[in-house]
Design a protein around this ligand. Sequence first.
Ligand code: ATP
Length: 260
Amino acid sequence: MEVTLSKRTTPTPAPVQHGLGAAGTVEPVLEVCSLVAGYGRIDVLHGANLRLLPGQLVALVGANGAGKTTLLRAISGLQGIRAGTVRLHGRDVTALDPDARVRAGMAQVLEGRQVFGPLSVQDNLLLGAYTKRDGVQERMERMYTLFPVLKEKRELAAGGLSGGQQQMLAIARALMCEPRVLLLDEPSMGLAPLLVREIFHVVQQLRAEGLSILMVEQNARAALSIADWGYVLETGNVTLEGPAQELLRDERVQAAYLGL
Ligand code: ATP
């Protein structure tokens, strides 16, 4: 199937040819339709649409203030919306609170990591498992395999970890509730290039294991380099979408986000 980049001029739902969704046979795990959200009387999102197919890693890129974090928070229910719908595995979760969305299979790693600083690494992981108390020990061991440094530091206060280690902990904590959809907000923020590579390597590993991931990133090049599909958000609208490798070669993306 030939897939071409689509330039969005109106906030219509995403086209069916979204990457792996050939012939429209694959149901999205996450579908966002015509989302409108904002702060006070100002709308920040003006009818955003987005789809995430099973096992895909989708990158949402855009300039500072484009509304990426607002969109992610609206999807997880942390940000109220004025209009639109969020569907998770075909179920309309728009009316559910954030906690219920976690229980329905969606977890978010917030921007800026937000670990519980005074608590130990281990206790942070235990808190992440609050929706799913069975098999906690096995999941914790799995997190230690994924991030060996967290095992080394499991007794230490999370606040004493480096930025990269805190990011690993934030991801591990989100995974402790066994989500089927992971929302990642700027995992590379403030990290040295080596650590960014390490974090992105884990993200790829999670995708390879079948997790569906929506990742917001200002580091458009790094994000699109590992993603299957990409969306460009400009002032609250998705203006461009397509296979990530094609977006990387797109002149408009190169000029605006890749510094070329
Ligand atoms: P960044 O990468 O800088 O975080 P972003 O694309 O994630 O950018 P948002 O954080 O979603 O953008 O912000 C979108 C717009 O909403 C910006 O103009 C921002 O100033 C505004 N905004 C964000 N949070 C609030 C808030 N709590 N109250 C008022 N305005 C806000």
